[in-house]
Design a protein around this ligand. Structure first.
Ligand code: M6R
Length: 599
């Protein structure tokens, strides 16, 4: 969701900003813009893609100071007028902003009644306030601090003063933003990926901090103006991780990376004797909990449902799984020692963060499972479990989901062992087997592509059915399909169909059934028969030992608790090929953002 890049140095910022914005495209956006400050100020904006922005930027556009932005519309429709950067009425200040200014109406009414606004955005309030504040003080830093102190809500801000070509003004609260340190230049970015080509040295900006960037120095301060010192760190990102290489789409690359991710997780969570090991802090936290609340959204929520099954079955701790955006407003009755586990690929999801803020105020213990070390949820939780999936660029989450399942399984097994439960399997070994099985599945792309063509090429809707843990994977399969192919898809518990949804089954409606659980193989097969008798085209995916004649795919057997790692892979590939053959933009589906930083 919205991305920011900024540069101050000696080179022309134009291409650095355009390249940086391209790297942020994965976050989801509907318009983009760049401001360059040199001898003059040059602002270019487009509704649509960065490619169009690149084309529109005049050859002579030059500036050694610049800010760029991708916008995902919240206040005001996607349009050139609402795209950032925004200028103040006097033309002196130019801003890019991520986040939501919650009190923008109030600020407009209190301070800016006489100011003509050009856009419908909350952002424009900030830059107009800068104009106001600078009328009563000669000092831009003071005006900036005064402006920032008036804002309520979330913001990552890059601001130019066209009377000062030597400073880029930066502020942050709740929205992600980093400073990148170069030799003779400095940059800002929502994500280090955007500027990794320029530098691998970064400094975190914390909430309610201000940074003044010059080409040879940076000054960090709090909103009161007290200077803050912070050491830089080296971004552990590889350019290869953020390039598509020979793949047509990031999504396909990320599906193929899943075996590697699982092996990386095995390495990360084993001690020198090859035994599973969690930190003592996490162990204590798990043992103290009398009830666990898993908080997540979208795909991460689906992983949470599987995690509940793991923790309850193996470690016997009751678990509730909550949709983050619902929990924030409908808190259930809580036990004496609840533990909150947040699952978030990005670690930036605003819905989850709202819950985290709330439960922290009540002093409850928190663990975040995330793919992004240093992300907001990770920093603000008591403990973090890393997913080690590497950057996930496609909007549709794939390898982060399998990483979440693997880490949740490890957490459940470790907690069970610490409680003295004797388990008759070695999870690390079982995970290694699962990784190899995923590899064999990713080699069956041609077969799955054919299935996608046969079942999903022209349909308007599709249903996914399963029982037990298969039902949770079906929910994930349906989400994958709908978000990238725009086919209306739903996951259902097999037994629930006859209580209403079966009314939607028509001639040739695709029904994708998972049958990987021995205990429910018979009933799910009956559910398939029920829909087939009403005209559905059934595509059944089963597992060795449970297969029946007519199954479209039979997955190699893995340990029962790890079946979600395997059964999700053909569903991811079905979604990918369905979207591809329907001509959809696989990696950047319409209306969606990768990192959902607004509630
Ligand atoms: O970064 P998070 O895991 O917190 O994101 C949660 C959801 O927004 C995310 O899983 C979303 O549903 C994906 N697009 C699914 O593919």
């Amino acid at each position: 969701m919205c991305g920011i890049v900024g540069y101050i140095g000696t080179k022309n910022a134009k291409n650095i900003l355009l390249n940086g914005l391209e790297k942020l495209e994965y976050r989801g956006y509907d318009s983009a813009g760049i401001a360059l400050l040199g001898e003059t100020l040059n602002i270019t904006k487009v509704k649509g893609r960065i490619a169009a922005l690149r084309e529109k930027m005049e050859d002579e556009a030059f500036g050694t100071l610049g800010i760029g932005h991708t916008r995902w519309a919240t206040h005001g429709v996607p349009s050139e007028e609402n795209a950032h950067p925004h200028e103040s009425a006097s033309g002196r200040f130019t801003i890019v902003h991520n986040g939501v200014i919650e009190n923008y109406q109030e600020l407009k009414e209190t301070y800016l009644q006489d100011v003509p606004f050009k856009s419908e955005t909350d952002t424009e309030v900030i830059v107009q306030l800068m104009d106001k504040m600078s009328q009563t003080t000669q000092d831009t830093v003071t005006a900036f601090r005064q402006t920032i102190q008036l804002l309520q809500g979330s913001y990552a801000i890059g601001l130019l003063d066209n009377e000062d070509v030597d400073t880029l003004y930066v502020a942050k609260n709740k929205s992600p933003l980093l400073v990148g340190i170069g030799n003779g230049f400095n940059v800002i970015a929502s994500d280090a990926m955007a500027t990794l080509k320029e530098t691998d040295q970064y400094v975190e900006i914390h909430d309610e901090e201000i940074v003044l960037l010059h080409k040879d120095s940076i000054v960090m301060m709090d909103v009161e103006g007290s200077v803050i010192e912070r050491e830089p760190y080296t971004a552990e990102l590889d350019m290869q991780d953020i390039e598509k290489g020979t793949y047509a789409h990031f999504m396909l690359k990320e599906i193929d990376e899943q075996p590697f991710v699982i092996r990386k997780i095995i390495q990360a969570y084993q001690n020198s004797d090859g035994q599973l090991e969690m930190s003592q802090d996490i162990r204590n936290t798990m043992q103290e909990a009398d009830r666990i609340h898993i908080i997540a959204s979208g795909t991460s929520y689906h992983a949470g449902l599987v995690g509940k099954q793991f923790i309850e079955t193996l470690a016997s701790i009751p678990v509730e799984v909550h949709i983050a955006s619902e929990f924030a407003y409908h808190t259930p009755l809580l036990s004496e020692n609840p533990l909150f586990i947040f699952i978030s690929q990005s670690g930036e999801t605003a819905d989850a963060r709202a819950v985290l803020t709330k439960v922290k105020k009540r002093g409850f213990n928190t663990i975040t499972l995330t793919n992004v070390p240093g992300s907001t949820l990770s920093r603000e939780s008591n403990h973090t479990l890393q997913l080690h999936a590497g950057p996930e660029i496609a909007v549709a989450s794939t390898k982060a989901y399998t990483a979440q399942i693997a880490v949740l399984a490890l957490l459940a097994v470790d907690t069970a062992r610490e409680k003295g439960v004797q388990l008759d399997f070695d999870l690390l070994q079982e995970l290694a087997i699962a990784a190899s099985v995923i590899e064999t599945l990713t080699e069956q792309k041609d077969k799955i592509e054919e299935l996608a063509k046969t079942f999903l090429n022209t349909t308007r809707n599709a249903f996914f059915i399963g029982r037990g843990i298969d039902y949770y994977v079906c929910s994930e399969g349906a989400l994958k399909l709908k978000e990238i192919s725009y086919i209306q898809a739903e996951g259902f518990a097999g037994g629930e169909l006859k209580h209403g949804t079966i009314a939607l089954i028509e001639e040739d409606t695709p029904v994708i059934a998972l049958a990987t659980q021995k205990a429910v193989n018979h009933p799910i097969r009956s559910n398939v028969q029920e829909v087939v008798s009403r005209g559905a085209k059934a595509l059944t995916i089963s597992m060795e030992g449970m297969e029946q004649t007519g199954d479209a795919l039979v997955l190699p057997a893995v340990h029962e608790i790890l079946t979600p790692l395997i059964s999700v892979v053909p569903l991811q590939l079905l979604a990918y090929y369905a979207a591809l053959h329907r001509g959809c933009d696989v990696d950047k589906p319409r209306n969606l953002a990768k990192s959902v930083t607004v509630e």
